[in-house]
Write a protein that binds this ligand. Sequence first.
Ligand code: CA
Length: 222
Amino acid sequence: MTKRVLIVEDEFNIADLLKAYLERDGFEAMWVRSGEQALDELGRQSIDLIVLDIGLPGIDGFEVCRQVRARASVPILMLTAREDEIDRVAGLESGADDYVVKPFSPRELVARVKAILRRAGGASDPGVVLRWESIELRRDAREVTIDDNPVELTNREFDLLGALLAHPNIALSRDRLLELVWGGEYPGGTRTVDVHVAQLRRKLGEASPIRTVHGVGYKVAE
Ligand code: CA
């Protein structure tokens, strides 16, 4: 199965070069320019590895790494440019699996990507696991459990929960959820979101972390 690598980098030249090298080696490579977009992508699809630059517009690579770590097991390879960053990345605090110092050779980076994926599970797909308290969502198995007990969800409910769990403590508008889950098709408009959230809450019962944000939409929160 083709491995998907998400490149998070605001410099076009670096991202473009990396993408070309990864694709040449048989990876599917996607590129986003900011941490916010990276978190969106993680909520939308299964990613096998993230190549994450530290210097980004908006939230920086350390914060992106922290937010990804809080909810997913996807491996992270960080790109670092500065001396003081290297110390932080090399230390345990960042949660990154490995790091490469700029300027780097793309060949070296691809070799590191392969090494990390080998460690992460060899030929099998490491998948992406999203967690919130007792809830665990596995994209590879398309399975949701509460305290290890499986919960039966429809595809839309699964995708909706995935989108919400990928943005913990962040209010998502109904329009945003329609875009993330229904991909631009709006059957029944924003009302569709309310109906699916109601079904999801019923199925998750007391474990449901989905809160209503009045006048906006929904978020996953305490
Ligand atoms: Ca940068």
